[in-house]
Every structure is written in C-alpha cells, then in structure tokens.
Design a protein around this ligand. Structure first.
Ligand SMILES: C[S@@+](CC[C@H](N)C(=O)[O-])C[C@H]1O[C@@H](n2cnc3c(N)ncnc32)[C@H](O)[C@@H]1O
Length: 310
C-alpha cells in the first residue's frame, strides 16, 4: 500500500522551527517525511536533517521522498526516547531544532493489517515498531479485568471502561479475540445504545487507550523533552504537535516547568530550589486554520506548542 499521509500544521511548524538554514534538525516522528521534506526546502546544502521513526515502513517511505533533498538526510529507525544515544552515535552534541508530530500516521491507520483502526478490519496489533513483542492481542486476551479497565479509563478517558473490560473478559472465555472488528462489536455491545447515539465512534476511546498501552506513548514524553532541551543550542527550538488532550497536558506541563525559574516561596530570603529557567515559550498554542480543516478533517484536534532554549 502506498504511504499516504497529509502533514498537519506543516508551514506553521516550519515557520517556528527554522532558525538556522545551515543547521542540524531532528524530526523525531518522521512518518511519511512530510515535515522533513518541507523543512529541507528552506535549508542549505550545509544543513542536516536526522529523521527518526520506529516504524520500518515510515523509514522506507520517507527515505524515498527525501532522496533528492539539498541538505543531508540521515534516517534512523529507533524510538525517540533514545534521542541521546542516537545523537551520540552520530557524534552530534547540539542541534538547532526538534520536530515532534505525535501519534500515528494516516498510513498506519488506513493499513488494516497494522490493526490500529476501528474502521478497518485486521488482526489486533497496533505496534508502531514491528519488532516489539507486546501487541494489542496480548493486552485484550491476557490482561486482567482491573488492568484493562484502568487502561481504558485512564488512556481513553472512557466512562464505560469497566463495562467494556467486563464484556471483553466474558467474550474471551469462549475464544480468543483476534480482530479489530470483533473488538469493535464487543465495545458496541458494552456501551448502552443511548450513550452510543451521540459523540464519536463508540470504539474511538478504547482503541486510543489500547494503542497508548501497546506503544507506551505517554510515559516517554517528559524525559524525552528534557533530553531534547539539553541537546538544543541556545536559540534552538522544539515544536510538538499533539492530537489528544492527555499528550497535550504532558507537553504543556513539561514546557511550563522548564520555562519556570525559581519556585521557592516568596518569603524565603535566598533561593533554595536552584531552579533555572531553561526555555521560553514561543507564542500561544497554534491550531489548524479553517482552510486546513476543510481539506484535512483529521487535523481537527491538532495543537502545536513551541519553546526556545534560552
Ligand atoms: C503523525 S506521524 C508523522 C507524520 C510526519 N510528520 C509527516 O508529515 O509525514 C507520526 C509518526 O511517528 C512515529 N512515532 C510515534 N511515536 C514514536 C516514537 N516514540 N519513536 C519513534 N517514532 C514514533 C510513528 O510511527 C509515525 O510514523
């Protein structure tokens, strides 16, 4: 299947991230290479883009797309939580910018075999990294009821989490739950009809929750951002696009704490916390324009936040 993905907040990202046309940039979520390709058009032949993705298909597709880029392009198949090791292995100390466009690509969603989507049938998988052993199948068939309920409630913010977990556990007494279609039917049966009539697809929240658990999407964010800030030259920037509130809250909180100086109580005569302001916020959160939403409705929940190293 062709790697199709429409990049979100494309020029908004390039506009805020580009501070040095000869610089080194890291695209931590390479995907189809849309952001990297657009950035490369503004860079000189002295510049470098390092493109990181844990998905083999993304590395291959983006490599093709960036083949003719004027700047150097280095694809790296890895998890962005290993950014320190990646830069060290390339003998790079500091960079000019980091791009994050979190979540999954349209390609991953639309490719039924990857098992990410409640709209396409496929085996329960949801791994971004095809080499990883944990899949959605293990979670759905082997996690206990309390753990399933906790995940669906916490990562999906699903009010029917407990019922969905119970229905999953009942169903798997008969046979293993193998496909996304089977899971969708179980979720539909668990959520009362009256609650299913309004709002998004009934399986949306549960699928989001299982995907976050499979790929350990949330717990790596704060340490990765802190690591990126350490690897940024003064004046360099980090731009992060999120697509759901749980991620956005982590980014907002982490940026805020890095932009905060002393947090000692005002009555303390001298600072005891030794907190230093490391970044400053660049503008307010950026959201897609009406025109972008008209052509790409998948961008509707996107938010771009940017900070600059002091
Ligand atoms: C929304 S897509 C990026 C699309 C890209 N910006 C473009 O314009 O084509 C997100 C990509 O990030 C990758 N990804 C998500 N989390 C990752 C992580 N922790 N480490 C490495 N890659 C990750 C996914 O595999 C996916 O290909």
């Amino acid at each position: 299947m062709e790697f199709r993905h429409v990049s979100v907040l494309l020029y908004e990202m390039i506009n805020v991230i580009l501070t040095n046309p000869d610089g080194i940039y890291v695209d931590c979520t390479l995907g189809g290479g849309g952001h990297s390709l657009a950035l490369s058009e503004y860079l000189s032949d002295k510049a470098t883009i390092i493109g990181v993705d844990q998905d083999e298909d993304a590395i291959e597709a983006a490599g093709e797309r960036l083949r003719g880029a004027r700047c150097s392009f280095i694809p790296v198949r890895s998890n962005f939580s290993k950014i320190d090791e990646i830069l060290t292995s390339l003998s790079i100390e500091v960079v000019d910018g980091f791009i994050f466009d979190l979540g999954v690509s349209s390609y991953q969603l639309d490719e039924g075999d990857r098992g990410f989507s409640y709209m396409h049938n496929g085996k329960l998988d949801m791994r971004m990294d095809q080499n990883q052993s944990l899949t959605a199948y293990e979670i759905i068939n082997f996690y206990d009821k309390e753990e399933l309920s906790r995940i669906i409630h916490t990562y999906g913010e699903e009010r029917w989490a407990n019922r969905i977990a119970s229905f999953i556990c009942e169903k798997r007494k008969e046979s293993f739950i193998e496909t996304t279609e089977e899971l969708v039917e179980i979720i539909k049966a668990a959520i009362p009809a009256s609650a299913r009539r309004t709002g998004p697809h009934p399986a949306k929240r549960t699928f989001q929750a299982i995907r976050i658990e499979v790929n350990n999407e949330l717990s790596i964010l704060e340490p990765t951002i802190k690591c990126c800030v350490n690897r940024l030259r003064s004046g360099g920037r980090i731009g992060i696009i999120t697509f759901q509130s749980l991620e956005d809250r982590i980014i907002k909180r982490t940026f805020k704490s890095l932009a905060q100086g002393c947090i000692c109580p005002p009555n303390l005569p001298i600072c005891a916390c030794h907190n230093k302001r490391i970044v400053r916020s660049i503008g307010k959160a950026i959201k897609p324009s009406r025109q972008e939403l008209d052509v790409n409705p998948r961008a509707r929940s996107a938010v771009l936040r940017v900070v600059e190293k002091i």
